[in-house]
Design a binder for this molecule. Structure first.
Ligand SMILES: [Zn+2]
Length: 388
């Protein structure tokens, strides 16, 4: 290997060849690989897990507290789809047409490879180093990070750092915000009857149909009228509906499960109250059925300060390398950034090659030129910040 692009592709291929789908979430092998790589680069490493699967690695180079930089990428991937028909082996790291294919190739092994290699270039120049570089290779991101990054932070494995870069798919732009999620279940209770004279009963599915239209109006008339400047409007999606037992019985129960994406500034309690208000209004219009909402599950949004010297320096390096404007963007899906806000003293961003729309899908890939650009930016930023 003689060029950085070749090196980062070769490293990415090695990472793809160590499957780490979550569920089941066994990250031991890939975490051990990252540990060995970081040790070879001169880092002190801590390989830890709260259970038998969720192994994460924290690598540290340099002992001075300031300036300090943290590179974070997750090492778990989503599982293969149930009907996935890949045109290539998803665990081979196939290179074709300027792309590297594989499960997790873009999400999140491309930023992981770029960060590891950038870290190795700093390790090779350690005699010029001032401050500290921390690399976190985290399990469990794909299921919310509770036993991954959040656990690492809570247990004190992640030291506070001046600047934090969370690797995800931002098209090599600098993202300072991502959405959150609030899951909820709505229930309608009715009354069974023989389907020959259904008006004797109260059909819960019909009641739910009205409630779903209420939620559609909530999207268009409320959420879309208050967009976030970087992320656009919040959204609500009905993902699951269940109800009824037989076509000849009036259904007495119906449940939907919804995914309400939140934008920065929306507090979970406020969103829950909005959903409860929608239910209360429908209940008032239809007293003969019983409406409720609950089973709330919250994952926070993230929003960082969009200024500060380190952020501006990262913006100008990435703008020069990509030919884009030096202004931050939003990242629509969630990330582990929400767990790292507390350890970022001056700034925190989400950054990496490609788009999340390629992630979690069949024939996932990363463009090699994009990956090389990611590596170039991460390396240059680390060198400017940490080398004397
Ligand atoms: Zn990811």
């Amino acid at each position: 290997m003689n060029s950085p692009a070749k090196d980062v592709v070769a490293l990415l291929q090695q990472l793809i060849r160590i499957p780490s789908p979550n569920p089941p979430g066994d990250c031991r092998a890939i975490a051990e690989f990252c540990t060995a790589f970081l040790r070879d680069a001169g880092f002190t490493t801590t390989l830890v897990s709260p259970d038998s699967r969720a192994w994460s690695v924290v690598g540290t180079l340099g002992s001075a507290d300031m300036p300090s930089l943290l590179y974070h990428a997750h090492i778990d991937t989503v599982p293969l789809g149930q009907n996935a028909r890949w045109s290539v082996d998803p665990f081979a790291g196939v290179v074709a047409d300027g792309h590297v294919y594989g499960l997790g190739s873009i999400d999140d092994k491309a930023p992981l490879a770029a960060m590891l290699l950038a870290a190795a270039t700093i390790g090779a120049q350690v005699e010029r180093m001032q401050g500290r570089l921390v690399v976190v290779c985290a399990a469990e991101e794909e299921v919310g990070g509770r036993l991954g990054t959040r656990w690492l932070v809570e247990q004190g494995y992640v030291p506070p750092c001046d600047f934090v870069v969370v690797g995800e798919q931002t098209g090599n732009r600098v993202a300072t915000a991502h959405k959150g999620v609030l899951r909820a279940a709505f229930h309608v209770a009715g009354r069974t009857a023989h389907a020959t004279d259904p008006w004797r009963g109260r059909n819960a599915i019909n009641g739910m149909a009205h409630l779903i239209l209420d939620l559609e109006r909530y999207q268009t008339e409320v959420l879309e009228r208050r967009p976030h400047p970087l992320l656009g409007p919040a959204s609500i999606n009905v993902g699951v509906i269940e109800g009824g037992v037989s076509a000849n019985v009036v259904a007495d129960a119906c449940t939907i499960r919804v995914d309400r994406r939140t934008v920065p500034g929306e507090e979970p309690q406020t969103v829950m109250a909005e959903l409860q208000t929608i239910v209360a209004r429908r209940q008032a219009l239809d007293p003969e059925r019983s409406y409720s909402v609950g089973d709330f599950l919250v994952s926070n949004w993230f929003q960082a300060e969009a200024d500060g010297d380190l952020l501006l320096r990262f913006l100008s390096i990435s703008a020069a390398a990509t030919g884009t404007s030096a202004s931050p963007v939003g990242y629509l899906p969630g990330s582990d950034a929400k767990h790292l806000v507390g350890v970022a003293r001056q700034g925190i961003i989400v950054f990496g090659p490609g788009t999340y729309q390629v992630a979690h899908s069949t024939d996932e890939f990363v463009d090699i030129a994009d990956l090389a650009t990611t590596y170039h930016i991460l390396r240059q930023f680390a060198e400017e910040m940490l080398l004397a």
